[in-house]
Design a protein around this ligand. Structure first.
Ligand code: PLP
Length: 427
């Protein structure tokens, strides 16, 4: 039998990279053994277009149970009335909500990409900015914070059909009740994209968008620590505003329009192995252990931000409420790109990131984003984060000295040996 040594050697190489280094990319995490087992299971072989109890293929009895369990656990975890676990990614979850609600050319309004928003919230390079007219709000220059009165003014000027809150690089909590007031005043639907802080929201350590927002989308692989994927939730289902009826003449609920926008709207067959892994992750997230994990994620982010502030790093908004921080490096005379490269050589993975009112391109940027979900899964605590902040500073100071960076990398590798990863993993 042909053995794919080439590919499996690459996987081993990546496993070594993940094990030896410090993972500070805010959107990454390490899924558990049982989440990985579900992803690598026989469920990958099954076609199941449709939804539990209404499929276009035979043999779906078992995957119906799998998907129903995933839906029930997602509803329980977030206190939602409706959950769709089929979106293959966060982007597809957003695409489905837009497809269910909007016509091409309708206006959407989201958080500016350079202020920490996401591509799918209206960027011209994304379907969201190509199919829909996009407008943006952002943070204040002086504070780095969302000013809700200014958002209100912008939204009333623009009158979008869909207002989007939530971001990829905003370190503060969001006032969803205020966003709903603004959306109602403008006659807009409100979507909260909680892809980043969903683990913290699920455990109640940040504000809950479900009572306030018409729709909530999230990825399942960031602070939720599940497989790569997406999820759509509604706190309360409601009658669709377009008067669309079922064949029996009843008004269709919004949930049925969202289901239809996922399949056949933007996707084909669901990935039942990933849905099973989502169910496992939701089950894990319902435990007290996950609560302890999430609290530690937050404590670690605060400790890291505190240590960096002490070394005169400029954190946008002056700190963090969640799992991440955005650092403006302009006072350190280094670009985000150069910092990312230097830190990479030191064994510390971060991503360059635009900062609000950035004067550099997205390929260069003035900042980096740092997050603590992955290192917390490995077991690092606040004192370890202070040590990491010291190495980050050393690497930035010596960014053009490869021998110094190699020295830090050795120390980092030795340090990370204390936090074993993948001891259960066979490949
Ligand atoms: N929405 C937000 C706020 C995100 O941060 C991300 C991912 O970074 C996404 C959507 C898209 O998720 P995916 O990469 O799974 O498409």
């Amino acid at each position: 039998m042909w053995k794919d040594d080439y590919l499996f050697d690459l996987i081993k190489k990546e496993k070594r990279r993940q094990t030896d280094g410090v993972e500070l990319i805010a959107s990454e995490n390490f899924a558990s053994e049982q989440v990985m087992k579900a992803m690598g299971s026989v469920l990958t072989n099954k076609y199941a277009e449709g939804f539990p109890g209404r499929r276009y293929y035979g043999g779906c009895e078992v995957v119906d149970e799998v998907e129903t369990e995933a839906i029930n656990r997602a509803k329980l975890l977030f206190g939602a009335q409706y959950a769709c676990v089929q979106p293959h990614s966060g982007s597809q979850a957003n695409a489905a909500v837009y497809l269910a609600l909007l016509k091409p050319g309708d206006k959407i309004m989201g958080f500016d990409l350079s202020h920490g928003g996401h591509l799918t919230h209206g960027s011209p390079v994304s379907f969201s900015g190509k199919l829909y007219q996009a407008a943006f709000y952002g943070v204040e220059k002086e504070t780095g914070l969302i000013d809700y009165e200014n958002v209100r003014k912008r939204v009333l000027e623009e009158k979008p059909k869909l207002l989007i809150c939530g971001a990829s690089a905003y370190s503060r909590d969001i006032n969803y009740a205020k966003f709903r007031e603004i959306a109602d005043e403008a006659g807009a639907f409100l979507l909260a994209d909680i892809s980043h802080p969903s683990g913290l929201i699920a455990k109640g350590v940040l504000n809950d968008p479900l009572p306030h927002c018409h729709f909530v989308t999230t990825t399942t692989h960031k602070t939720l620590r599940g497989p790569r994927g997406g999820l759509i939730l509604m706190g309360n289902d409601f009658e669709n505003p377009f008067g669309l009826k079922t064949p029996k003449g009843e008004i269709r609920m919004m949930s049925s329009l969202i289901d239809a926008a996922v399949f056949p709207g933007v996707q084909g067959g669901p990935l039942e192995h990933i849905i099973a892994a989502k169910a496992v992750a939701f089950g894990e997230a319902l435990t007290d252990n996950f609560m302890a994990y999430i609290l530690q994620v937050q404590k670690n982010a605060r400790a890291m931000a505190g240590a960096l502030l002490d070394m005169n790093y400029q954190i946008i908004s002056g700190g963090t409420d969640n799992h991440l921080m955005l650092i403006d490096l302009r006072n350190k005379n280094i670009t985000g790109k150069a910092a990312e490269t230097a830190l990479g050589k030191a064994g510390i993975t971060v991503n360059k990131n635009m900062v609000p009112f950035d004067d550099k391109s997205p390929f260069v940027t003035s900042g980096i984003r740092i997050g603590t979900p992955a290192i917390t899964t490995r077991g690092l605590d606040e004192k370890d984060c202070i040590q990491l902040a010291y190495w980050i500073n050393e690497a930035i100071i010596h960014h053009d000295k490869d021998n110094q960076l190699a020295k830090i990398q050795k120390e980092v590798k030795k340090f990370m040996k204390q936090f074993p990863l993948f001891h259960w993993h066979k490949i």
